[in-house]
Design a protein around this ligand. Sequence first.
Ligand SMILES: Nc1ncnc2c1ncn2[C@@H]1O[C@H](COP(=O)(O)OP(=O)(O)OP(=O)(O)O)[C@@H](O)[C@H]1O
Length: 307
Amino acid sequence: MSIVETHALTKRFGDFIALDRCSLTVQSGDVFGLLGPNGAGKTTLLRTLLGFLRPTSGTASICGHDVFSESLAVRQNVAYLPGDARLPRHMRGRSVLRFFSDLHPLGSTERSLALADRFELDLQRRVGFMSTGMRQKLALCVVLSTQSPIVILDEPTANLDPSVRKAVLEQVEQIRDAGRTVILSSHVLSEIEQVCNRVVFLRRGQLVLEQSIAALKNQHRIVIWIDEDLFDIPQSLQQRVTQTSRDGDRIVLETDGDLVPLLSWLATLAPRELRLEPLGIEAIYDRVHHAETEAVGTMNDAAQEVA
Ligand SMILES: Nc1ncnc2c1ncn2[C@@H]1O[C@H](COP(=O)(O)OP(=O)(O)OP(=O)(O)O)[C@@H](O)[C@H]1O
């Protein structure tokens, strides 16, 4: 069941198009990753989904409610961590947790206190005297303790030390295991790869690629060193194997799916050396964002470009 839907969603700031005809669907139970360089439009997309920004054109709905005209109903179903969460500076950590838990119908002081404990946060301190990372932990306690069907996190692990990052990702995994939905924007590719099941790439306001993480895990890069001048990929493998570069006797191949037929064929060529590595989200990210070709208009076009 789709829980978030956008159709040709567009947001202009004056002449500048921050979000350009974005159409996407998030299924209930997804951990949905948003990737893109600085200024790609990730926060604009999230803020539009929350009803904080009025779309210039196109539509978006969450749990069947239009995000702008029914924003109150939308926010009752969503817990949102903004990238620049601001909390009352004069309040102590504990009072902040009580205040926000009472405010949200699906909040709980007990759960937020337990999270603060997990994140080793000193709740006696006033927000104004907290470090950036401490304030981020406090905001995370508020958001992650809310039992809403959808959790939207804009760069949740920015400013956090490695152990708290790990604890936050565990919380995301728990939300996923409970069947709730997470939309997560991050620049940390390894985190996206770890917790998300689907990811979209934004570039200059456009959605340029959607990638399932399960499919990504099936993609591999193979580097071989071989003396053969004639290196012909057999017909039976050509559908799934691409030669991406050749530099003298060093050949780079990419493949998806079952590795056995390819490795069996390569073994018959007796390469001097062979290295096999998962392609990983970083390689896909590099291709999408450093591609020499101009931005493409649709995800399908981009998928072909990347394939
Ligand atoms: N209120 C605004 N007025 C004018 N331009 C804006 C406004 N908000 C965002 N923009 C512009 O829209 C573009 C997208 O910004 P956005 O914050 O959505 O990017 P982002 O992908 O979240 O970037 P980052 O990774 O740096 O957080 C940027 O060029 C930004 O300058």
